[in-house]
Design a protein around this ligand. Structure first.
Ligand code: FEO
Length: 131
């Protein structure tokens, strides 16, 4: 299946380790799109996103803190909003596992918006300012 979304240099924040994390998120988006298209299982997405949030957000926030980045607090608030959204959608899924196709669509819509608004918007602001 053709990838739903592909990483490109336009998405690079200039830190290979963080770019790798973002590539991992795109892989999750593509895998979820495939699950939605084929009717395959999608509940793996919660553990994958929890791991992404735990590992990537910490890596990024640690670097921003080390660089004395002035917008760290506002940036971190967006990360917390992602974690809260994930908790909410996971709870909804657990209450009604039959809604998995709806949730696959909802989760993928949110992730694509997150990619555009957070990674291309908020993350990109630190490009060139951290290592
Ligand atoms: Fe790359 Fe702020 O998440």
């Amino acid at each position: 299946m053709k990838p739903f979304m592909q990483w490109s240099e336009a998405l690079s924040v200039g830190v290979p380790e963080l770019d790798d994390d973002h590539k991992g998120l795109i892989a999750i988006i593509n895998r979820l799109a495939e699950a939605e298209a084929t009717g395959g299982p999608a509940n793996w997405v919660f553990a994958e996103l929890e791991r992404y949030a735990r590992d990537h957000f910490r890596r990024e926030e640690d670097r921003l803190a080390a660089a004395g980045y002035e917008a760290l607090e506002a940036h971190t608030r967006q990360h917390h909003a992602f974690i809260e959204w994930l908790d909410t959608v996971k709870t909804a899924y657990n209450l009604d596992p039959s809604s998995r196709h709806y949730l696959a669509r909802t989760v993928n819509d949110y992730l694509r918006t997150w990619l555009t608004r957070h990674i291309l918007g908020t993350d990109m602001k630190y490009k060139g300012r951290i290592q």
